[in-house]
Design a protein around this ligand. Structure first.
Ligand code: NDP
Length: 228
């Protein structure tokens, strides 16, 4: 899985370790949780993605589950958004996930089974002022997952999307108290989600209970995005 040294990714990695799975965690800066294989990989670099898979396959064998979680934001209003703000977010969140899924599917096709989970966001389908780049990258994951689901379904490979709402992590830590209060007011459950809420859903999607679930978008957002 990608981006497992903090936030949502760390909780997902820890949940897999607790479940007794062999887990490889890729990040740019290291610091993967205890019990996982700590792999350095910038997902914007195709060569690093290839090298990371080679390292993981050598240590753990073929990758049966891919959780594409690593993501960034570069928020600003449309008129102020530079090409670099746009392309860095698309390159990490969308193209990075494409690179990972493409490489992972190679081994999964050989195995004739596999699970791919993309971590999207409630704003991918809801939209969000100041996040034109981020929302576009996250909704792009839905079309990608559904196309993979159709392309690889006959080989028992599933591709699904988890769409978290507002979760307490470093990413949302940068919001002002005013912004946080405004968001909470729109959430039917009246609170932020926890990283464990997302980890539980990802574990279920890649476990024995979800063998017949593919091409799905699973919201874990306290009801914020109802109607997706
Ligand atoms: P954090 O900012 O806490 O963590 C992001 C992770 O991604 C880090 O582990 C980081 O590691 C890794 N990462 C970032 N860029 C790259 C890169 N180019 N190559 C490899 N790894 C990279 O984010 P969250 O835990 O909050 O979010 C995780 C995912 O969930 C993201 O995709 C985010 O968009 C999504 N999400 C989050 C929500 C929230 O409320 N927090 C809501 C909805 C969706 P390092 O810097 O070491 O590379």
């Amino acid at each position: 899985m990608t981006g497992g040294n903090r936030g949502i990714g760390r909780a997902i990695a820890e949940a897999y370790v607790a479940n007794g799975d062999r887990v490889a965690v890729t990040t740019r800066s290291g610091g993967a949780p205890t019990g996982t294989l700590d792999v350095r990989c910038d997902i914007t670099d195709a060569e690093q993605v290839e090298a990371a898979f080679a390292q993981i396959e050598e240590a753990h064998g073929p990758v049966e589950v891919l959780v594409a979680n690593a993501g960034i934001t570069a928020d600003t209003l449309l008129l102020r958004m530079s090409d670099d703000d746009w392309s860095s977010v698309i390159d990490t969140n969308l193209t990075g996930s494409f690179r990972l899924a493409k490489r992972a599917s190679k081994g999964m096709l050989r195995l004739r089974r596999g699970r791919i989970v993309f971590i999207s966001s409630v704003v991918g389908l809801l939209g969000s002022a100041g996040q034109v780049n981020y929302a576009a990258s996250k909704s792009g994951l839905v079309g990608m997952a559904r196309s993979i689901a159709r392309e690889l379904g006959s080989r028992s490979i599933t591709a699904n999307v988890v769409a978290p709402g507002f979760i307490e992590t470093d990413m949302t830590g940068v919001l002002t108290d005013e912004q946080k209060a405004a968001i909470k007011a729109q959430v039917p459950l009246g609170r932020y989600g926890s990283v464990e809420d997302i980890a539980e859903t990802v574990l279920w999607l890649t476990g024995p209970g979800a063998t017949y679930v593919t091409g799905a978008v699973i919201p874990v957002d306290g009801g914020l995005g109802m109607g997706h």
